[in-house]
Design a protein around this ligand. Sequence first.
Ligand SMILES: [Cu+2]
Length: 192
Amino acid sequence: MGASLPASSTLFVVVFFFAINSLSVFPEVSVAKHAGVTRHYKFDIRLQNVTRFCQSKSMVTVNGMFPGPQVFAKEGDRLVVKVVNHVPNNISIHWHGIRQLRSGWFDGPSYITQCPIQTGQSYVYNFTIVGRKGTLFWHAHISWLRATVYGLLIILPKRNASYPFAKPHKEVPIMFGEWWNVDPEAVISQAL
Ligand SMILES: [Cu+2]
């Protein structure tokens, strides 16, 4: 990268608004035998030019979005996420906070539960959400790609199940992240 190191980073807050009862946010679903449904997502890992704080740079993203797309499910649903790697870096995606019961190979950490997804390759994560509800997140789990590759994983209560508190009129997820003026991968390479 042409920019000088070390990087200056700026903390910023991303706030998303969405109506909890808006079914339009849900992706196409297919009915499964178990209580939940199967929800399909596609993550295209690709480079995208992003501008924040008057600085522009090319970064690794999911579907060209920074932060990445929100994933919605209900407790008991199955998530099927096809990840296609279009960038030079190896990558994997960790589903942070999900209990991988008999599906450990879909947990996501590169070189721990799976080989990373190589350039031009794809991998399908396929797991059921058990014993979790609330706002979790997903992120890249190799080197420092997690600096730009992350997004929310919002798990609503099962159908006909209640919230563990009064049902909110509206939810406002807040995600914290950092902005790096240079490529974090270049920073870690220099540090190593
Ligand atoms: Cu994680």
